[in-house]
Design a protein around this ligand. Structure first.
Ligand code: ZN
Ligand code: ZN
Ligand code: ZN
Length: 333
């Protein structure tokens, strides 16, 4: 079996991507060394021929594709977990459900500068990157077979990044992932009982409080009330909106500085920790939802998930969010 498949676990409803190409031998599953040499970095300008051909790059209109002088650059992943080359095919296999590994896996190089990162890049660059994420999602939404897409990023070897140069990724799938589905059903139950969006309520409850790290006109950054991981942060837009890609550009103003403040605080407090971030936004197939509200989650990868967490879904967090928030706030002074 070489083509990737999406398989649904019937005991909890989770979809799993089984992609044989990515790890043929157990030795391949050991963590790959991080590509940190600037000279051989495939994401640095001048090395465009080391990546798949670009889908889009922000730069001068006169610039030829796959040449330097770009500000952000997008191409399909060299090791895609899902691909448009697969036919969308959903079928039963006896009692099981599976789908072909149809989908889109894009890589976005966030900046031409090898040393730059979300914490250090100019805000205009980060703002342009955020608007690029939005426009990519908007494009992917046009494919009726794609139900959902997630923007995410990993920084540092422990967070799964094999290339040091700052980059983000988008994976779009024909199935809605478990965590987002759970947030939506929980949000729906909350809305039915309280007639309010749970994220709007969180924002009203937390603003200016002991778990509120940072805020501006459009966004707050909080340490959530029940975080799974030490120093976990959420960025929540103040204005209700279920779909990130349908949010007005003017309502995204300030997200760059919210994001940068969050990551700067983590870097200063935890000495540049490995971290991952994810965008949770409503599935493309849903119309605007009153009970769902897009947000980013940022997770420093300080500890491994152990057996108890695995087995129960109870996360044990050794740093109360109130303590994490006051420590992080100090670093922003
Ligand atoms: Zn580089
Ligand atoms: Zn809301
Ligand atoms: Zn979420």
């Amino acid at each position: 079996m070489n083509a990737p498949e999406l398989r649904r676990n019937p005991t909890d409803g989770r979809w799993v991507i089984v992609s044989a190409d990515r790890g043929k031998r157990p030795s391949d599953l050991k963590s790959a060394a991080v590509q940190s040499q600037k000279e051989s970095c495939p994401f640095c300008p001048g090395n465009e021929n080391k990546t798949p051909s670009e889908i889009f790059a922000a730069g001068d209109t006169a610039r030829a594709p796959n040449t330097p002088e770009w500000r952000e650059r997008i191409f399909y992943s060299l090791n895609p977990v899902v691909s448009l080359e697969e036919e969308l095919d959903r079928q039963g296999e006896g009692m099981f459900d599976m789908m072909s590994g149809f989908g889109v896996h894009e890589v976005i190089v966030n900046t031409p500068l090898h040393e730059d990162s979300i914490a250090t890049m100019p805000l205009e660059q980060l703002n342009e990157l955020i608007l690029l994420w939005k426009s990519r999602l908007h494009k992917l939404r046009a494919n009726p077979n794609l139900k959902f897409a997630m923007v995410f990023g990993n920084r540092g070897e422990k967070a799964g990044a094999t290339i040091e140069h700052s980059h983000s990724q988008i994976i779009a799938t024909p199935a809605v992932p478990y965590r987002v589905a759970i947030e939506i059903t929980t949000g729906y139950d909350y809305f039915i009982s309280r007639e309010k969006c749970v994220f709007c309520d969180i924002f009203e409850n937390e603003i200016g409080g002991e778990r509120c790290l940072w805020e501006n006109g459009n966004f707050i950054v909080i340490c959530p009330y029940a975080p799974r991981f030490p120093y976990e942060l959420w960025i929540i837009p103040k204005r209700h909106s279920s779909h990130f890609d349908e949010t007005e550009d003017s309502d995204l103003a300030g997200l760059a500085s919210a994001f940068q403040s969050a990551v700067k605080a983590l870097n200063k407090t935890l000495n540049d920790p490995p971290y991952s971030f994810v965008l949770h936004s409503a599935p493309f197939i849903e119309k605007r939802m009153v009970h769902y509200h897009w947000h980013f989650e940022i997770m420093p990868r300080l500890s491994n998930v152990a057996g108890f967490e695995w087995g129960t879904g109870f996360y044990i967090n050794s740093v109360p969010p109130e303590v994490a928030c006051s420590t992080l706030k100090e670093s922003l002074k």
